[in-house]
Design a binder for this molecule. Structure first.
Ligand SMILES: [Zn+2]
Length: 299
């Protein structure tokens, strides 16, 4: 679904043009950006892109709002939680309020769906604000096959053995020619395969190989998401305007607090982006199918 309004106030970006120049603003204006995942981090990224004056947005998320999302989902209201409004609609509504001239395409498909995955080809830059390894696998495959810049984000709040609370996150930037998300250890292919196969996951869990509770909500707070979204938006500005060289990885630790940029090189034997991959093959290679066969039933 597209929403378009062609009015744009002439001075609304004056203060950032003073930082990044008219050329930088034109780069933003010309870009189509996809945000996959319109939850805690994705909703903040989307609102940031609207304020920055991005040219066109693609928003993809299959989920609807739940009451426990309201502590961090930017733009969501208690009425949305009662009505089960889709996260894509909340994001699109926020963009309409901030910058009604930005065309927004929304999709409630999963990025693991082949048609949805292919729809990301028209983006100049892709944000991933997703949970799990399988969606990251899919987004990395898009970034590699179509040479699209891809920014992966993630948050983690855990309690250490000594009782201290770790509040951390990351922003990983996959630039064409640079290390891919697998080179950066941004996902685990075997875990991704397992996520795509619920029967195998259930079998491993019942056998005691998996200890985590699959439906247990994980902790999440808006101030961590805001930090991650801010770093990610800065990386997007780097990629679109050439502000500075992209940083492959930034580790965010709000317990210290600290930001740690981590440099990384491509792994030239990487199964995702190495010689045996579909690197930059685009439409000349078939799209991947993100499903694996279920194991045969046990006797
Ligand atoms: Zn790689």
């Amino acid at each position: 679904m597209y929403t378009v309004n062609l009015v744009r106030e002439p001075d609304r970006h004056d203060r950032q043009v003073r930082a990044f120049g008219r050329d930088g603003q034109n780069q933003l204006r010309a870009a189509t950006v996809a945000v996959v995942g319109a939850g805690g981090i994705g909703s903040l990224i989307i609102q940031g892109l609207a304020h920055l004056g991005i040219g066109r947005l693609i928003i993809m998320d299959p989920d609807q709002v739940e009451p426990t999302n309201l502590n961090r989902l930017a733009g969501a209201t208690p009425t949305d939680a009662r009505n089960g409004t889709s996260k894509t609609e909340i994001a699109a509504r926020a963009v309409r309020r901030i910058a009604p001239d930005i065309p927004v395409q929304t999709s409630r498909a999963s990025v693991l769906d082949t048609e949805a995955w292919l729809s990301l080809r028209c983006a100049d830059l892709i944000f991933g604000a997703v949970d799990g390894h399988a969606p990251r696998w899919a987004l990395n495959a898009m970034a590699v096959q179509y040479a699209r810049p891809y920014i992966d984000t993630g948050a983690e709040i855990t309690r250490s053995g000594d009782g201290s609370l770790d509040v951390s996150g990351h922003v990983a930037t996959v630039a064409p020619g640079g290390p891919c998300l697998l080179c950066l250890s941004g996902y685990d292919p075997s875990t991704a395969s397992m996520e795509l196969d619920p029967a195998l996951t259930a079998a491993k869990r019942s056998a005691g190989y998996l200890r985590d509770a699959p439906d247990e909500p994980t902790p999440s707070v808006i101030f961590l998401n805001q930090t991650i979204a801010g770093i990610a938006l800065g990386e997007a500005l780097n990629l679109l305007t050439g502000w500075h060289h992209p940083r492959p990885y930034t580790l965010i630790d709000l317990s210290s607090p600290s930001l740690t940029p981590i440099d990384a090189e491509r792994d030239f034997d990487c199964p995702a982006c190495g010689p045996d991959s579909l690197r930059a093959e685009g439409d000349s290679a078939p799209p991947p199918h993100f499903s694996v066969p279920s194991p045969p039933p046990q006797p």
